[in-house]
Write a protein that binds this ligand. Sequence first.
Ligand SMILES: Nc1nc2c(c(=O)[nH]1)N[C@H]1C(S)=C(S)[C@@H](COP(=O)(O)OP(=O)(O)OC[C@H]3O[C@@H](n4cnc5c(N)ncnc54)[C@H](O)[C@@H]3O)O[C@H]1N2
Ligand code: MOO
Ligand SMILES: [Mg+2]
Length: 405
Amino acid sequence: MSHHADLTSVDDALTHLLAQATPLAQIETVALTGALGRILAEDITVPLDVPPADNSAVDGYALRFEDLTPGATIPVSERIPAGHAPQPLTPGTAARIFTGSEVPAGADLVVMQERVEVAPDGIRISGEHTPGQNIRRRGQDLAKGGLALARGARLRPQELGLLASIGIAEVPVLRRFRVAVLTTGDELVDPGQPLAAGQIYNSNRFTLLGLLERAGCEVVLCENLRDERSATIETLHSAADVADLVITSGGVSVGEEDHVRAVLESQGKLSLWRLAIKPGKPLAFGHLGKTPVIGLPGNPAAVLVTFLVVALPFIRRCQGQDGRSPQGQRLAAAFAIDKPSIRREFVRARKEIVDGEARVTAYPNQSSGMLSSACWADGLAIIPEHAVVSPGDTITYYSFNDLMG
Ligand SMILES: Nc1nc2c(c(=O)[nH]1)N[C@H]1C(S)=C(S)[C@@H](COP(=O)(O)OP(=O)(O)OC[C@H]3O[C@@H](n4cnc5c(N)ncnc54)[C@H](O)[C@@H]3O)O[C@H]1N2
Ligand code: MOO
Ligand SMILES: [Mg+2]
């Protein structure tokens, strides 16, 4: 690994982390109604054609192309509401039909009603028409025997709809990835409680719970640890016993009150500490027994950034996905970074459209203690290691939505 002043590069850290990520193997079956965000554990084969029969794309009349003679009056021999099986079409006649109604056998086109004049003895059709028009063919959406969805697919609303369209009510999915969240700090109080001198509210807990919920994880334990070595040892062990991954916040820097990294090192195995990332430098990664532990720094904006950049790719890989970062957008910067850094910087930023051109603005104060900057922002701009940026330079920007997936 390339170290610079003892810092591991973000790329090396990700390579190391992803190599340590074990994809979940256990499968469970869930109802479609509870399957949003879950990961499909098996390929799903299409059990029937969708649509199951040719049907009309419009409200109008179904008939045979060869019966369409200019000026002719064509009698209407049947009426087919959606949901009713049609009779085969009598040659020389038309069937009244509606959007979604099955096209009767023998008909080979549908004329929309706006092109039809209705007379007492039948219909007269104007305009140009082609065989097959306005017919949605059996199996044109999904053909029986084909692949509906591949294993590994994350189920979005449209995937749930597609599974329902082939009659599937329950799906095999990976069991949810179990995460224990341990914030640390004697100064922390939960919101809703009064604040005494020296205390602040625990915000990282809520940021992390939101990020994990969005990532489809199950939080199996969530506690705040006192800044005390024996309590840290005890709780880290019990968290490692019940979780697939332990995520901590705080206590990974060099102060005497920072116990997480030291405990990980003495009780388990510390394999990464101190990354060339800004914010979030003192991030720690290791194992307690077989359980991976990601020690995020305590500063609230560093928690958000390091979760998205470092922890989430690891979680995604454990969830059976590749864990690669999303494609960033290459955009013009509307800000400057004058001092090059050995750390890759993730700037809380906003994409703005000015005179039809997209550009990225940065929140003026990038202190890693400030969550207001992260709420102002809609994404992160990447400043590569050793780079300076002048307004107009092209940089890479990730929206929070792209990062969170
Ligand atoms: N001498 C040095 N000091 C620091 C260094 C360094 O290299 N040398 N690195 C700084 C950097 S960079 C970071 S990032 C922080 C990381 O510190 P820790 O991970 O040990 O975190 P704490 O010290 O426990 O807390 C840092 C900061 O964040 C607040 N915090 C912590 N947890 C929460 C929470 N759940 N909700 C809200 N706020 C939280 C905490 O009160 C501190 O203000 O170290 C620097 N120091
Ligand atoms: O890495 Mo720290 O988050 O810069 O303050
Ligand atoms: Mg500290």
